[in-house]
Design a protein around this ligand. Sequence first.
Ligand code: NAD
Ligand code: ZN
Length: 349
Amino acid sequence: MTGIPKTQYAQIFEKTGGPIQYREIPVQAPGPDEILVNVKYSGVCHTDLHAWKGDWPLDTKLPLVGGHEGAGVVVAKGDQVTNFEIGDYAGVKWLNGSCLSCEFCINGYEPNCPHALLSGYTVDGSFQQYAIAKAIHAAPIPKGTDLAKIAPILCAGITVYKALKESDAKPGQWVAITGAGGGLGTLAIQYAKAMGLRVLGIDTGDVKSKMTQSLGAEVFIDFATTPDIVAEVIKVTNGGPHAVINVAVAEKPFEMSCKYVRPRGTVVVVGLPAHAYVKSEVFSTVVKSITIKGSYVGNRADTDEAIDFFSRGLVESPIRIVGLSELPKVFELMEKGEIAGRYVLDTSK
Ligand code: NAD
Ligand code: ZN
């Protein structure tokens, strides 16, 4: 571990919902199957806010270093690591590790592994300058990639790309995206377009309206000012979208999407508002024969594919860069729904 400092700056959640401390902590050494990544940039996902607030029915480790969109450079590795060399670019993702031998891992459903390790939740994540990742699950990032721009792809990009695949929507069909102006939504629009879909974005405000349309949404519906969202969505899509990707952090849009989705269409549940339910009336669920399914990040293949779309320039990251020290301000804006696109933290500041 030559040239690696003994201490580093990190953002630490000592207590759920408590003060967030920006201070120096020791740099850890990687275990035999791990890499140590010098994180250059980390995206801030709404999941990080859920982790800090502790509003999900799954406890975090404490104290916790949050973050799971970390892009950086491999600076140390364990003896068993064969898929990374020192100096390679690597991404620290939500799925930090999994057992690789259970029924779910074997079938490519690694996120559903009962022994999954979650970055910035059950293990320390990327809101620090040096983060540890299991080498087998760390994302390989091509040399020369803009590390700030790829950071959001490591969770938001993979997640929405996978959700779109799960939706089974075909080129030329309509997909509605709720929460279209946020971190996941702004990437979902672009992956959907790249996959040949027609996009309708739902969110609120002028900034998000302009941003979603400049990224490729054909239609924008403002959920705060549209009197009958269900009727409007059905009208503009001539019968309802074939698929809905729900990434809004609110319960209501999930229920609405079950109402406006086209017969035989698919409602994909991705956003994770606390204490929420997806409600769909039984009669129309049957008669319209709709599918409601959950989608949870992606596996290693989805990761490589999502990164490939980005590397080929099909998807761009609508990011704003601030220092790692500014995380609490980013959380404040996120809580108020005032972030269009994604904030990315520069760990050197
Ligand atoms: P974000 O805060 O960047 O975006 C959320 C957006 O939802 C905002 O633009 C907000 O204006 C919009 N919104 C709020 N109420 C709405 C409504 N009624 N109708 C339409 N839009 C509405 O959040 P994000 O980082 O994009 O994350 C979104 C959610 O996805 C979070 O709950 C996060 O935890 C979850 N998530 C899930 C997965 C997964 O694997 N399933 C992965 C990553 C994130
Ligand atoms: Zn995330």
